[in-house]
Design a protein around this ligand. Structure first.
Ligand SMILES: Cc1cc2nc3c(=O)[nH]c(=O)nc-3n(C[C@H](O)[C@H](O)[C@H](O)COP(=O)(O)OP(=O)(O)OC[C@H]3O[C@@H](n4cnc5c(N)ncnc54)[C@H](O)[C@@H]3O)c2cc1C
Length: 433
C-alpha cells in the first residue's frame, strides 16, 4: 500500500540507543514504564492510542461496563519524558537485516527491538467458522454489544418463528475463563434486564449454550474450579456441552459434532495464537509464538526481544511456554526493563522466572472460582470479592478504577446495567479481526 506523501514516521535520532517497542499491551506498557530512568530513546508503537484491559472485555460486550473504563490512553504514561515517543501506527513487518520495522506510514530504525504484539484469535484454520464473533479487542466487545442488542430490537419486530429462535439463542464457544464469564453475564442480562426492556418477548425461549471441546471447563485451572464453574453454569440455566466441537457456522446455524443449534450470535472464545509479525525467520517461530531464551531474547538475534503472549519461553517447568496470561506479560515486561538496564551497565542479564499468583474466573453475582498458590481453592462470594478486588487493582488509572467500581456497585444494588446502548450499529461486513 502506498504511503500518503504527507505522512512520515521519522523520529530524530539522539546519541542515545533507540529501543522500539511494538505493542502497548500488558507486556509492552510495563516494559516502557520500567525503562523510564534508562538512558535510551524509547519509542512505543501501537495500532491503538490506548491500552486495553482485556480481562474485562466481556463486561463491555454484555453492557456491564463502558469501553472507556477498561482502556487508558498510552500517551499518558509518557507525559513529561522527553526521551519517550508514542506513535499510533500499525506495524506491518520487521526487517532484521536493516534493523528496521515497517509500518503503514514508513519505516523506523531501531538499536533494540521488543515485540509485544500479543495474540490474535485462533480459528484453528477452519474457514467455515469465520462468521463467528471474536472477543479479543475493544472493537469486538462493542460489536458484540451492538449485535446482541440489535438482535433483541429485531426480535420484537419479527413475525418469523425461526428467525426469532435464531435471535434469541446465543452460543458461546470455548469453556475457558472468557467463555464462562460471557455466559454468566448473559444469564444475568436474561434474568434481570432483558425481560424488563423487552416485555413483549418470551425469555423462557432465550437459550444460552456453552460449547467446549474437552471434557471439562476452565482447563487451565484446578479440577475443583472446573467442577464448581460447571455447577454454577447449570444453576444459571446455561446449556453446557462438553466434548463437543464446532464444525461450521453458516446461515445462522451452528453445526456441532453432536448436532446443530439455530443462532444468530456465536461468540468465539476458543483460543488465541501468537501475533507473529512478518519478517522474523521461521526458525524463530514455534507453536505460533516467537521462541525466546530465558532473557526474552528472540532465537537467532542479539537485539530483538519478545514478551507476553507472542513469546515462547520454554523451561523445565513450562515445556510448552508460559500460559498466555496478563501476569506473565507484565512480569516479563518488567523483568526485561531491568535486564536492558543491566545490559547498558555492562552487567549480565538475569534469567526470567514466572511467579504464579494464581488464577480466577467469575460466573456472576456472588459466584466465582479462585485458585491460589499452594493449591488453595476458593469459590462463591469470597472468590467473587477477591476477583473484583484484583481486577480493580490492575485496571489502568485511578479514574477507570473508580468508574468500574461505581458501575459494579450500582448494578449489584439495582440489578441494572446502564450501558446497553447501540452507539453504532454492527454489521458482519465491517467486522475487524
Ligand atoms: C477476552 C479476554 C479475556 C482475558 N482474561 C484474562 C484474565 O482473566 N486473566 C489473565 O491473566 N489474562 C487474561 N487474558 C489474557 C491477557 O489479556 C493476555 O495474556 C495479555 O493481554 C497479554 O499481554 P501482551 O502484552 O502480550 O499482549 P496485549 O495485551 O494483547 O497487547 C498487544 C498490543 O499490541 C498491539 N498490536 C498488536 N499488533 C500490532 C501491530 N501490528 N502494530 C501495532 N500494534 C500492534 C495491540 O494493539 C495491543 O495493544 C484475556 C484475554 C482476552 C482476549
Amino acid at each position: 500500500m502506498a504511503i500518503p506523501e504527507h505522512l512520515s514516521l521519522t523520529i530524530a535520532k539522539s546519541e542515545l540507543p533507540r529501543i522500539v517497542i511494538i505493542g502497548g499491551g500488558f507486556g509492552g506498557l510495563k516494559l516502557a514504564k520500567g525503562l523510564k530512568k534508562t538512558k535510551a530513546q524509547v519509542v512505543l508503537l501501537d495500532r491503538n492510542n490506548f491500552h486495553t484491559f482485556q480481562p474485562l472485555l466481556y463486561q463491555v460486550a454484555t453492557a456491564g461496563l463502558e469501553p472507556d473504563s477498561i482502556a487508558g490512553p498510552l500517551r499518558k504514561s509518557f507525559e513529561g519524558n522527553p526521551n519517550y515517543f508514542f506513535r499510533m501506527v500499525k506495524v506491518t513487518g520487521i526487517d532484521t537485516d536493516k534493523n528496521e520495522i515497517e509500518t503503514t506510514v514508513g519505516n523506523l530504525s531501531y538499536d533494540y527491538l521488543v515485540i509485544a504484539s500479543g495474540s490474535v484469535t485462533n480459528y484453528f484454520g477452519n474457514e467455515k467458522i469465520k462468521k463467528v464473533l471474536p472477543l479479543k479487542r475493544l472493537v469486538h466487545a462493542l460489536d458484540l454489544r451492538s449485535h446482541i442488542l440489535q438482535n433483541f430490537e429485531q426480535a420484537v419486530l419479527t413475525k418469523d418463528e425461526k428467525k426469532l429462535e435464531q435471535m434469541m439463542n446465543i452460543v458461546v464457544v470455548g469453556g475457558g475463563p472468557t467463555g464462562v464469564e460471557v455466559c454468566g453475564a448473559l444469564s444475568e442480562l436474561k434474568k434481570h434486564i432483558l425481560p424488563r426492556d423487552y416485555p413483549d418477548l418470551d425469555f423462557s425461549k432465550m437459550n444460552i449454550h456453552l460449547i467446549e471441546g474437552t471434557d471439562r471447563l476452565l482447563n487451565g485451572m484446578s479440577e475443583a474450579s472446573g467442577q464448581n464453574s460447571l455447577r454454577y453454569m447449570e444453576k444459571l440455566g446455561i446449556n453446557v456441552q462438553l466434548n463437543t466441537m464446532v464444525e461450521e457456522y453458516e446461515d445462522d446455524v451452528v453445526k456441532l459434532s453432536s448436532g446443530s443449534i439455530e443462532s444468530a450470535t456465536v461468540v468465539w472464545s476458543a483460543g488465541v495464537r501468537g501475533n507473529v509479525l512478518s519478517g522474523i525467520n521461521s526458525t524463530s517461530v514455534e507453536r505460533s509464538r516467537l521462541v525466546v531464551d530465558e532473557f526474552n531474547r528472540v532465537k537467532g538475534f542479539d537485539n530483538v526481544f519478545a514478551v507476553g503472549d507472542v513469546a515462547l519461553m520454554k523451561s523445565e517447568e513450562f515445556p510448552n511456554g508460559h500460559p498466555m496470561l496478563a501476569p506473565v506479560a507484565m512480569q516479563q515486561g518488567s523483568h526485561l526493563s531491568k535486564n536492558i538496564k543491566r545490559h547498558f551497565q555492562g552487567k549480565k542479564m538475569m534469567p526470567f522466572k514466572y511467579f504464579d499468583k494464581g488464577s480466577m474466573a467469575t460466573v456472576g453475582r456472588n459466584k466465582a472460582v479462585v485458585d491460589m498458590p499452594g493449591g488453595v481453592h476458593v469459590k462463591g462470594l469470597l472468590a467473587w470479592v477477591i476477583w473484583m478486588f484484583i481486577h480493580i487493582l490492575y485496571l489502568i488509572g485511578f479514574r477507570n478504577k473508580l468508574i468500574a467500581l461505581n458501575n459494579w456497585v450500582w448494578s449489584y444494588l439495582t440489578y441494572d446495567k446502564g450501558t446497553r446502548l447501540i452507539i453504532r450499529t454492527f454489521s458482519r461486513k465491517n467486522r475487524k479481526d
